[in-house]
Ligand binder design. Structure first.
Ligand SMILES: Cc1cc2nc3c(=O)[nH]c(=O)nc-3n(C[C@H](O)[C@H](O)[C@H](O)COP(=O)(O)O)c2cc1C
Length: 335
């Protein structure tokens, strides 16, 4: 990829960013979390370029300090930033007494944010939610459908705010259904999605929608929300989630569905752009990962607070008084 591009927030070149990513590398099993390779098939690279190509105009006359509070899946939260569905983190640190998944849950609870939880056993999920705070439970597309239904029921009993499936985790690198922790994943048909959505009174979420086509299928299946995402670049050459957000939003007009987005949102400025383009709330995964693994709960809180401040700063500069008032026309795409 071109090396002259500069990160809008850190000022780092692409080469420096890749080097930084290697230094700050994932301590877990090799290959589990793709570190940005800088190559064109790595969708994360395109996320970054897309985000950095969006510039903002100012609308400061009459601007006020913004109110960040928002309603997500029918409940009120302090801001539209949500710690993303991460997983496996309790197993990756040398210090086994640390429980990053619990630390992340506590940070979210302390800040009144909605926390998302990914692939964990029911037992581990139960231990994480015991820390308090609201959670969304994302279940893998297991080949064993009964396992999915069991995890939905378990999440209901543990007061999840919503449940869903990361539908973008179907394919493995060998072009066959993926296997995670030895557990086979399988296909997700429209009928499956409908069956899962109908099996629960909780809002059901399709995570990993990256086209109008899948968004319409999720709507038809009875999903109450979607996450526009490619799951940190599972799909080679994946388009940036933000680039398809507006057409997806348009296609879901009148559905009442909420639209969340993730993908390389590393600062409150990135989050602002996603919200301006129409997301109801945003998920922050790798934006808090280093803080979480290095220093835990308080470091995650500090990072999210900083992101809230950056979000509020840009809202103020662009005359957005609250989370209902975002306007995509403040964004200018630089080619
Ligand atoms: C360590 C790690 C574990 C993850 N585990 C899950 C998971 O179990 N289920 C899921 O839906 N997404 C999982 N994700 C994907 C994130 O929820 C998110 O979609 C992705 O990282 C993109 O957001 P980001 O660019 O802010 O990291 C995981 C991400 C990371 C970094």
């Amino acid at each position: 990829m071109t090396e002259h591009k500069i990160d809008a927030v850190s000022g780092a070149s692409e080469t420096e960013r890749i080097e930084e990513a290697q230094v700050d590398h994932w301590p877990g099993p090799k290959g589990m979390i793709p570190v940005t390779s800088g190559q064109a098939d790595d969708a994360n690279v395109h996320n970054r370029y897309y985000l950095d190509s969006l510039l903002v105009e100012m609308r400061v006359i009459d601007s006020v300090e913004p109110d960040l509070t928002t309603t997500i899946l029918g409940k009120n939260y302090a801001s539209p930033l949500m710690p993303a569905a991460l997983s496996h983190l309790n197993k990756v640190l040398p210090d086994k007494s640390r429980k990053p998944m619990q630390e992340k849950a506590r940070a979210a609870c302390n800040l009144s944010l909605l926390n998302w939880i990914g692939m964990e056993s029911n037992e581990e999920y139960g231990e994480i939610v015991a820390e308090g705070g609201d959670t969304v439970r994302i279940i893998k597309p297991f080949a064993d459908h009964q396992k999915i239904l069991d995890e939905i029921k378990y999440a209901e009993k543990h007061h999840a705010v919503a449940v869903g499936i990361d539908i973008d985790h179907v394919a493995g690198k060998d072009g066959k259904y993926d296997v995670v922790d030895g557990i086979p994943l399988g296909s997700i048909t429209m009928a499956d999605l409908k069956k899962y959505a109908e099996s629960t009174d909780l809002p059901f979420i399709a995570k990993g929608v990256l086209s109008v086509s899948d968004a319409l299928k999720a709507r038809q299946a009875g999903c109450k929300a979607i996450v526009v995402s490619h799951h940190h670049g599972r799909v080679p050459f994946g388009i940036p989630p933000l680039s398809v957000l507006q057409s997806i939003k348009k296609s879901l007009t009148g559905s009442g569905m909420q639209i969340f987005v993730d993908g390389s949102l590393m600062s409150g400025y990135d989050a602002y752009k996603a919200l301006a383009l129409g997301a109801d709330a945003v998920l922050i995964g790798r934006g808090i990962l280093s803080e979480l693994l290095k220093d835990g709960e308080k470091a995650v809180e500090a990072k999210l607070q900083k992101m809230n401040e950056q979000l509020a700063e840009l809202m103020m500069y662009t005359g957005v008084k609250d989370t209902k008032s975002f306007d995509p026309s403040v964004l200018h795409k630089e080619n």
